[in-house]
Design a protein around this ligand. Sequence first.
Ligand SMILES: NC(=O)c1ccc[n+]([C@@H]2O[C@H](COP(=O)([O-])OP(=O)(O)OC[C@H]3O[C@@H](n4cnc5c(N)ncnc54)[C@H](OP(=O)(O)O)[C@@H]3O)[C@@H](O)[C@H]2O)c1
Length: 253
Amino acid sequence: MDEATFYHWLVMAWMVLAVATFVALFFITAPYGRFTRSGWGPRLNARWGWILMETPVLITFLVLYGVSDRKSNPVNIVLLLFWVAHYFHRSLVYPFRLHSHRPSITVSVIAMGAVFNVGNGYLNGRYLFALGPELQISWMLDPRFILGVLLFWAGYALNQHSDRVLIGLRAPGENGYKIPNGGGYRYISCPNYFGEMMEWAGWALACWNLGALAFFVWTVANLAPRAIKTHRWYQDHFPDYPQDRKALVPFIV
Ligand SMILES: NC(=O)c1ccc[n+]([C@@H]2O[C@H](COP(=O)([O-])OP(=O)(O)OC[C@H]3O[C@@H](n4cnc5c(N)ncnc54)[C@H](OP(=O)(O)O)[C@@H]3O)[C@@H](O)[C@H]2O)c1
């Protein structure tokens, strides 16, 4: 089997797996953070969890760019910068900001996350840098690229701001939960997840290929069920939780 055929079947399987994961996550909650529980094997603290889970995708993407003969393509350079901006922050900045000292992420979640990330890095990087049609500079004036870029950076800002609000709720050494307020929390319980979904929707538009779309579908599959459970968790634990706040999509869900 040549690589293009392998890629085609992998991306199809990736989509099917994302849909299956979406359904499964309404019944099984990934055991990390507030939903950590016994029976899922050994745990690490969140800082190590995020570093081990997310650095593989940063490295995969950089290696695929490094071995590509499309390194001087301006669209590829721009898209590479978007990817690195997100994953450098997620794997090497965000973990050091966290105030989470208990072992709250299971090794099984870290392993599954790392494997997913390598596959996802391959599906996105390999298509852009080798297998797909080479994107021309004129693509940067296409409405899909422009809208995608705007959506990506708006999502990036919302995601980071919302994560910072959560991190700011705890003093160093604290482990408890409080009601977050301000910014996106005025409307929804999980603006960090909504921002993340906006980012990868923007990415899918700007890249306009199936691998990028599959990543967006995976992001929704991972985060939508968790947002609904997190929203219910807040309502169950805080009697004074704002009643008009939705879970994930302002005014809707
Ligand atoms: N692309 C994807 O598929 C994907 C998948 C998962 C996550 N992510 C992204 O990764 C980031 C982190 O995700 P996450 O699921 O860990 O988010 P999260 O559950 O909202 O937690 C983020 C951090 O804030 C703390 N925290 C959460 N709620 C709090 C509260 N009410 N009071 C005090 N502290 C609170 C958590 O501590 P504890 O750890 O102690 O709960 C954790 O350190 C998000 O930006 C998310 O979008 C992306």
